[in-house]
Design a protein around this ligand. Structure first.
Ligand SMILES: NC(=O)CC[C@H](N)C(=O)O
Length: 258
């Protein structure tokens, strides 16, 4: 993309911390738009699917008739990033923890996930994670895992950007005692996924990477030329990035938040 045109990122706004994602997209230099209707995808170069709860997300997408549009967006080459439940939603396979009777997924990302790898909500935790963000100095990232999924295996062509080495106490809690580490961040062509929640830290590196990735994609035109106009600004609730509750720890204390 060239000139002053901003990379436009849609953020699926049906549950989870979509407002925080929008704020970080803006901090990363992109334009953010909340997506609740298919036509709001028009003009987007990328789409973020936030965390939340993957079966609920699928139910709402089904009820709001969003599945076809989300699949079309992906098929036409838009960049898509799933965080936590969004990762599960993007995965091709769930090997453990899927809802009984199955759960609908968007798919597309060639990975196998364990849906609630670390246990329940009270097993949520934070850690400094070494990660390989392309073009970055690769300082550790403060990763927040909230009833997080793990990626257990990836297909050819899926690049691993972050792994979590399981400490002894976590290995003691899981079934597979031989498992030493799990994959928590990946990228594959235009798709990206993280098990953790970068949008609730003060670190915008993952959002910068995604805005850059999306900048190489065409703006989505799935709904005709006048669709962007139809998704009027009045339907889109804009968030002031300066006022959101964003986690700040000693590493980031003092970092500019606007
Ligand atoms: N924070 C999250 O997004 C949790 C996701 C949850 N494990 C699920 O099944 O959807």
């Amino acid at each position: 993309m060239s000139g002053n045109t901003k990379v436009k990122i849609g953020v699926l706004a049906i549950q989870g911390s979509f407002a925080e994602h929008c704020a970080h997209v803006r901090r990363a230099g992109g334009e953010a738009v909340e997506v609740r209707k298919a036509e709001q995808l028009s003009g987007c170069h990328g789409l973020i699917i936030p965390g939340g709860e993957s079966t609920t997300m699928a139910n709402i997408c089904r009820r709001w008739n969003l599945f076809d549009s989300l699949r079309d967006f992906q098929a036409k080459g838009g960049a898509v990033w799933g965080t936590c439940a969004g990762l599960i939603f993007l995965a091709e396979r769930i090997n453990r923890g899927a809802k009984e009777g199955g759960q609908e997924l968007l798919g597309g990302l060639d990975v196998t996930v364990d849906r609630n790898f670390f246990g329940s909500q009270i097993d949520s935790f934070e850690t400094n994670l070494p990660c390989k963000i392309p073009g970055d100095d690769n300082g550790p990232f403060r990763a927040i895992f909230i009833r997080a999924p793990a990626i257990l295996s990836v297909g050819d062509g899926v690049e691993v950007l972050g792994e979590y080495v399981l400490p002894a106490e976590k290995r003691a809690e899981i079934d597979d005692k031989a498992l030493e580490k799990i994959i928590v961040a990946v990228k594959s062509k235009r798709l990206m996924a993280t098990s953790f929640h970068p949008e609730i830290t003060a670190d915008t590196r993952w959002h910068k990477l995604f805005v850059e990735m999306a900048g190489d994609c065409e703006a989505y035109v799935g709904f005709g030329e006048d669709a962007v106009a139809k998704a009027t600004a009045s339907e889109i609730r804009l968030v002031d990035p300066g006022k959101l509750p964003v986690f700040v720890d000693s590493v980031f204390a003092g970092a500019a938040m606007d």
